[in-house]
Write a protein that binds this ligand. Structure first.
Ligand SMILES: Cc1ncc(COP(=O)(O)O)c(C=O)c1O
Length: 492
């Protein structure tokens, strides 16, 4: 294996070898190499796909305590992504984010996070019992987008809370916006605490100099990547990487064993081995091509009347140090329509976006896209621009941003875990003020939760949420998205 280095695929090879051995299977899964699978499933995956769906058999190693082919595949991944150690994840970055928090925080420990974290971090807070020190991400009122964190905000919160145990950031955001991770890592390390990075959308960064710096290269201690989001692995396949000694690798393994299935999918793990080999051996060429496609798309879309695209020239401020050029966030609001209407029009034209919101559509350009895809996208957006006068529905949404009200660094009254397990009740919205929220309440746009479980509900926050709804936005995360009621902690 070592002779051919990154060209090797130890796990993929072991699985392929197993599918070719002649034996009578008396183990899981019940479909036994696809022979017992429903005909429609065989039609969908092909018999070869089902034959690779194997359990932890002799010679195939164990994900929880790997010593064989999984360990070898993980070592190759660590080398390719620039880590000291890597773990394969079969429950997406979702499991990795929670495991990173479990490895660094105990009940009652403080952890700094931006308010626009992914919901997996909330799961991490509930599982660990850690106390979040929420920081506002930098908010761009002009685009109505939430960006990354300003490093000076981290300096300030660590000065005020020197007993903080870890900092977690999101790098990049869903829109491809990156914070200055190297500066943030330096600040954390000056306090001798680890920096955990949710790099779910940045697994490709390590493979091209024209992409933003990867979190590992910037000095992060634990990094979680959804290899399935921007590289060639299958949905749910992700990795957690570690560098340095600030976090115990044993604690990471223990957390992952609690969070992951005891029957990990070899189909997913094989896809991680294959995606790593592909990037390690052809990554630069694949990313050069991807960047070219994205750049062409960006400059062509910018010329379409009424459309604007988030561009690398806009970078260079706190919270927006760099942009992933493979992410295209197109503002459609100047056409007088919402991103949701634009999304429907594009779907009818055979173009499917990753993420629509009130004002934008976000598209992921990756190694799987072709020049034909880009032509279809540009053509569809031209059609959208031409059609927009008849699509405009003035009654439906004002499309004027409701500026995000900065909350400052807030510490909740109860930890998310305490709020999650507390007795709760549902109250009409006009009786919610001054109570403790038992749920997350997140207005879109800009996707920054206004309330987290354990936080005091204040009248101005409720007014803001109502204003977002009135402007055509959405409220998510809470049981009643119409906001007639809220779940609150029962008064003792
Ligand atoms: C920022 C961020 N972190 C973590 C996740 C979870 O990743 P996964 O879908 O791989 O579990 C997502 C998913 O969209 C995400 O956007």
């Amino acid at each position: 294996m070592t002779e051919f280095g990154q060209y090797c695929t130890p796990l993929l090879d072991a699985i392929t070898g197993y599918t070719q051995t002649d034996h009578a299977p008396f183990y899981t899964p019940g479909h036994k190499h696809g022979r017992g699978a429903a005909a429609r499933l065989v039609e969908l995956h092909g018999i070869a796909g089902l034959q690779a769906d194997l359990p932890e058999l002799p010679g195939l190693d164990h994900l929880g305590a790997p010593t064989g082919v999984i360990q070898a595949a993980q070592q190759l991944a660590a080398e390719a992504f620039g880590a000291d150690r890597s773990w394969f994840l079969v429950n997406g970055s979702t499991g990795g984010v929670a495991a990173a928090m479990m490895a660094t925080c105990q009940p009652g420990d403080k952890i700094v996070l931006p308010r626009n974290v992914h919901q997996s971090a909330i799961a991490g807070l509930i599982l660990t019992g850690a106390v979040p020190l929420w920081l506002d991400p930098v908010y761009d009122a002009a685009s109505d987008l939430a960006h990354g964190l300003d490093p000076t905000a981290i300096t300030a919160v660590l000065a005020a809370h020197p007993d903080t145990k870890a900092v977690m950031i999101v790098h990049p955001t869903y829109y491809g916006v990156c914070s200055d991770v190297a500066a943030i890592a330096q600040i954390c390390h000056a306090h001798n605490i680890p920096l955990l990075v949710d790099e779910a959308h940045g697994a490709h960064f390590a493979f091209h100099a024209d992409l933003p710096q990867s979190a590992l290269a910037a000095g992060a201690d634990l990094v979680v990547q959804s290899i399935h989001k921007t590289l060639g692995a299958m949905t749910q396949a992700a990795m957690l990487h570690q560098q340095g000694q600030r976090v115990s690798a044993d604690r990471v393994s223990q957390g992952l064993q609690l969070l992951q299935s005891s029957s990990p999918s070899y189909v997913l793990m094989a896809s991680l081995d294959a995606a790593r080999q592909q990037m390690a051996t052809q990554g630069t060429a694949l990313m050069t091509q991807t960047l070219q496609l994205a750049d062409q798309a960006r400059s062509r879309i910018c010329q379409i009347p009424g459309l604007a695209v988030l561009s690398p020239e806009q970078a260079g401020s706190p919270g927006f140090a760099a942009l992933d050029r493979t992410r295209l966030t197109v503002t459609v609001a100047q056409l007088g329509i919402t991103g949701f209407i634009a999304d429907e029009v594009l779907q009818d034209l055979g173009v499917i976006a990753e993420l629509p919101d009130l004002r934008h559509l976000t598209f992921i350009v990756s190694l799987g896209n072709t020049a034909t895809d880009i032509d279809r996208l540009v053509q569809a957006l031209k059609t959208l621009s031409q059609k927009s006068p008849v699509l405009t529905q003035p009654s439906q949404a004002s499309l004027v941003p409701v500026p995000y009200p900065s909350s400052g660094c807030s510490t909740p009254l109860l930890s998310p875990r305490q709020a999650f397990y507390a007795a709760q009740e549902t109250v009409p919205i006009d009786q919610a003020s001054d109570r403790i929220s038992a749920e997350l309440v997140c207005p879109y746009p800009p996707g920054i939760p206004i309330l987290y479980p354990g936080e005091r509900i204040m009248a101005p926050q409720l007014a803001h949420l109502q204003a977002v709804l009135k402007a055509g936005g959405m409220i998510s995360g809470c049981a009643d998205s119409t906001l007639k009621t809220l779940q609150v902690v029962l008064n003792q």
